[in-house]
Design a protein. Structure first.
Ligand SMILES: Cc1ncc(C[n+]2csc(CCOP(=O)(O)OP(=O)(O)O)c2C)c(N)n1
Length: 945
């Protein structure tokens, strides 16, 4: 820096103002000063004032000059000339500021985060001696600390520099400067630098921490010895995760949470079950023994598959200083990270009071914790999808603690092959989350990281990430030889004393306890485990108590479910659904459409959207909460729903369904973000934790539901068999061939049918608004909860013939099979059976006209297959010769392959079965509308003639 002509505070302030307005308008030297790490200074006048004050004296207390002929300076800056500027100090201050900024921004690059001792890359900006001007020790001592606005103690830069280095480049490191919220950045800097959350532990706390680490290590090592080579996915190398969870739960309870919902994969899960959820040792030991006594796993009386021990969920109650707290570990599949949105949904359900009309959400009552693998976090898309939910009105949970259990490897894949970013956590930067990296061998620093994270979460209600950097002592699992692929790392790990050993040594050296006492902590655990194991062995041969399943729900029972609703009630609710308060302007075009709903009850023509609204409203007055989400669901993709109205004058939103006079339950409705996997997972989690509610998710078009395939395969259809976990989650999937190409036609009915077994789910495809009304109500009221998959229509939403009358809703029930009305059964020789929209193509076709030997039947429920009703229908045509199954979908898709055997079983002797539909196809439908029409016509003709 050279030739800053002179200074006074008025001049400097004016320059600053000018700089803020237009950086290009101030002299280069000043711009450099303002920009060289002095952004904080620039933004805050007190810092500037102090700088000016400092620079106005030459070190001997003499005032220094102001410009005589300021080139780009404001005209009023006319202080008397004075001797000279302390250029060295001025430059030093700028460099010091740059240095502080560098520590905050890049300090992590020089931090000692790897317990295995790899060298940090460092960064030139962190080296005081390499800056220009050089920050020599003398110069450092001349720069007062207060001008730097740091929070570490010290008078001058020379004092604060080591503290900054220790803070930002020690065994903890921080990435916070990417956060766009100024208040959050400022808070974090102060919290980190002041050491507020890194207060030294008391001797008692240290001993307790050592005891905990001994328990963790003792447990893992006992399992390793007793069940040599069995998979346990040991936590060793990241042992401190357990005390970190202890600390998190303790703080969560202190902040008023009644429940913590935890999601994690295999690594360390058994240790978490025992130590964090309080599962008795015996229950885990039994699982290991179970693999030896095959009988235990081969004899589930209900034909369930069960699951491996490191997938099972559990619930435990833990005492804390602030009272008891429930800790729930969500069951999860192998599919890494798939459980993330499920945990969020579960938590959200716990946080929601569904007895109020809009659902009162209080995020303080439950807290989600997600533990991620370092390979999975950056690479599984569902992570990003889930992070994107965090701040959305319909999804937020008040901040998730993300803990990356970073063992610096994914199975056999090194980070260099596993991600394109420096850190595993980098994705979180894009979500503006603070990231705390911490060395897993510094147990106290790890606890401090939790305290900081929790304080931040409490203050700002947002997610926080802790990247816990450790290692993996035993390879991917205990059957694996890590040295095949990571020989050097494996050898290094063999030399690494455990965190327990390191911490014990440190405490013994400090005199906090003796070596004997430290050893005693270890042997105590092993004794306890041995005893538990002996106790367990003594019970072998006795009946095995059920462990791990969270409340089995009986399948469909005999209870009569009344889905019809009195006409008076429907009239009243219909009026209320159409009512808007004084002064609310409904869009005039929409108002006309809605007006039709007013007369439809008396004149007929209740369409899909209206029937759906009425179904929801009737449930609300019966005390059943409803939650409906999906892409553009408030209006409805096909503009058919309109449960949320927007004032044409001011845009204000209004959902009349949320203020029904007699409603005693919540109606939540939210447009979802453009995600399938996370959104379906979220709703699944919500529905599991809210078994009394009707939770529905709607796809934009059914085709897109395959973006949520993991949630479907791994949770929705198999959760019951694996974990005894089910729900009444309802998927609304627009389906039907209307000439919109391969991707706006099929909700892949065949997939759901293939996944249906043991009455795990229900699948329906209805053809009238009333059927949909009764179906939704039945789904909510049926005592046995099961997920429901509905192929919902597009064209039928407005089709006159698909509309219903008031009597259709106030009488009757859902009919799984419907015979064609107005047909004389005696004459029928061919029954064309179909499902969904193609029914109207068939009955409306010219070939149908006058063919009194033909009837078209509808299968409205595809699973569980209505065996009796289908047989009854077929037998009701005494002259039947042929049954044709007609479908729009190709032969390898749709319902055909799943129900063919059912149809064959239903056929009387001598009646033929024939298929009419698209031929085997790799893509669901034609791309050209004309090709579609031609093909549709062929299918219908072949069925009818
Ligand atoms: C979606 C998915 N793909 C692949 C796998 C197979 N798999 C199991 S563990 C693992 C490595 C995971 O590494 P990381 O996330 O770092 O966790 P770690 O096992 O190291 O704790 C892989 C690839 C899986 N379980 N899930």
């Amino acid at each position: 820096m050279h030739d800053v002509d002179g200074l006074n505070s008025g001049y400097a302030s004016a320059l600053l103002e000018q700089y803020l307005e237009n950086p290009e308008g101030v002299p280069r030297e000043w711009r450099a000063l303002f920009e060289s790490g002095a952004s904080e200074l620039v933004a805050t006048h007190p810092g500037l004032a102090r700088l000016v004050e400092l620079l106005q004296t030459d070190g001997n207390g003499h005032a220094v000059s102001a410009p005589t002929t300021p080139t780009a300076a404001p005209a009023e800056a006319t202080a008397p000339p004075a001797p000279s500027v302390d250029h060295e100090l001025l430059g030093g201050v700028a460099a010091a500021m740059a240095l502080v900024k560098a520590y905050r921004t890049h300090g992590h690059l020089a931090a000692r985060l790897d317990p295995l001792g790899s060298e940090p890359v460092g960064d030139p900006s962190l080296e005081a001696e390499r800056l220009e001007p050089k920050l020599t020790p003398e110069l450092q001592r001349r720069i007062p600390a207060d001008i730097l606005r740091v929070h570490v103690p010290g008078e001058t830069l020379a004092d604060v520099l080591p503290a900054l280095r220790e803070t930002y480049c020690g065994t903890s490191a921080y990435e916070i400067e990417h956060i766009s919220d100024h208040e959050q950045r400022v808070w974090l800097r102060a919290a980190i630098e002041s050491g507020r959350y890194r207060q030294p532990l008391s001797v008692e706390e240290r001993k307790r921490l050592l005891e905990r680490l001994s328990e963790v290590e003792g447990f893992e090592r006992y399992l390793g010895r007793a069940f040599l080579g069995q998979k346990q996915f040991s936590i060793e190398g990241l042992d401190v995760m357990v005390p970190m969870l202890d600390e998190t739960i303790e703080i969560a309870a202190e902040e008023g949470a009644h429940e913590v919902v935890l999601g994690m994969a295999h690594r360390g899960r058994l240790s978490v079950l025992v130590h964090v959820l309080g599962r008795p040792y015996e229950s885990i030991l039994r699982e290991f023994e179970g693999e030896r006594t095959l009988e235990a796993i081969a004899s589930d009386p209900e034909g369930n598959t069960g699951d491996v021990k490191y997938h099972l969920g559990a619930e435990g109650t833990r005492p804390t200083a602030s009272g008891e707290i429930t800790v729930t570990l969500a069951s999860n599949p192998s599919h890494l990270e798939a459980v993330d949105p499920v945990v969020e949904g579960r938590t959200r359900a716990e946080q929601t009071d569904r007895s109020t009309r809009t659902g009162y959400h209080d995020s303080s009552v439950a807290m989600p914790i997600l533990i991620h693998g370092d390979a999975a976090f950056p690479a599984q898309g569902v992570v990003a999808e889930s992070l994107n939910l965090a701040d959305l009105g319909g999804y937020s949970t008040g901040g998730t603690l993300h803990l990356i259990s970073n063992n610096q490897i994914g199975f056999t894949t090194d980070p260099a092959d596993g991600r394109s970013t420096r850190y595993s956590s980098d994705l979180a930067k894009g979500f503006d989350l603070p990231i705390i990296h911490v060395n897993a061998d510094d147990a106290e620093a790890a606890l401090a990281a939790v305290r900081l994270a929790m304080a931040f979460r409490r203050r700002f209600c947002t997610d926080v990430v802790i990247d816990l950097v450790g290692y993996r002592r035993h390879g991917h699992n205990e059957q694996d030889e890590a040295a095949y692929t990571q020989p050097l790392m494996t050898a290094r790990i063999e030399r690494q004393p455990s965190v327990r050993e390191q911490y014990a040594t440190a405490l013994v050296e400090e005199g906090a306890l003796s070596q004997e006492e430290a050893d005693e902590l270890v042997s105590r655990v092993s004794t306890k485990l041995k005893e538990a194991h002996e106790r367990l062995k003594a019970t072998f041969g006795q009946a095995v108590p059920a462990v791990g399943y969270e409340g089995r729900i009986p399948a469909t029972g005999d209870a009569e479910i009344v889905t019809a609703v009195s006409a008076d009630r429907l009239r009243q609710l219909n009026e209320e659904l159409l009512a808007v308060p004084e002064g609310f302007t409904v869009n005039p075009k929409l108002a006309k459409q809605l007006e039709k709903r007013r007369t439809a009850l008396d004149e007929g023509g209740i369409d899909w959207g209206q029937a759906e609204g009425l179904a929801f409203a009737t449930l609300l007055v019966e005390g059943i909460p409803v939650r409906l989400t999906g892409q553009d669901t408030e209006r409805g993709t096909f503009s058919h729903r309109h449960l949320v109205l927007h004032d044409a004058q001011n845009g204000q939103a209004l959902a009349p369904i949320q203020s029904l006079t007699d409603s005693i339950a919540s109606f939540e409705i939210h447009n979802s973000p453009l995600s399938e996997e996370a959104c379906v997972g979220f709703e699944y989690g919500y529905s599991v934790a809210a078994p009394e509610a009707l939770v529905a998710w709607e796809a934009q078009f059914g085709d897109f539901v395959n973006g949520a395939q993991v949630a479907i395969d791994q949770f929705i259809v198999s959760g019951l068999s694996k974990w005894g976990q089910t729900s009444r989650l309802t998927l609304l999937l627009p389906h039907g061939y209307e000439g919109n190409g391969p991707e706006h036609s099929s909700a892949r009915l065949e997939r759901f049918l293939q996944l249906a077994a043991q009455e795990n789910i229900r699948i329906a495809n209805c053809t009238t608004a009333a059927q949909y009304f009764h179906l939704l109500r039945r789904q909510a009221l049926e005592p046995g909860a099961r997920p429901l998959i509905v192929m919902t229509p597009k064209g039928l939403l407005r089709l006159k013939q698909a509309a219903s009358t008031l009597a259709d809703l106030s009488e009757g029930a859902f009919r799984p099979v419907i015979a064609e009305p107005g047909v004389s059964h005696e004459q029928v020789r061919r029954l064309v059976l179909c499902s969904g929209k193609v029914y109207y193509d068939l009955v409306g076709h010219e070939a149908r006209r006058g063919a009194d030997w033909l009837a078209v039947g509808r299968l409205e429920q595809l699973y569980p297959f209505p065996v009796a009703a289908a047989a009854e229908l077929v037998r009701s045509y005494p002259a039947l010769e042929e049954l044709v199954w007609a479908q729009e979908e190709p032969q390898n898709m749709g319902a055909w392959r799943a129900i063919r055997h059912r149809l064959e079983e239903a056929l009387p002797e001598g009646v033929r079965l024939r298929f009419s539909g698209r031929p085997w196809r790799a893509s669901p439908s034609e791309g050209y509308p004309t090709a579609h029409l031609k093909e549709q016509d062929r299918i219908v003709r072949e069925a009818l003639s």
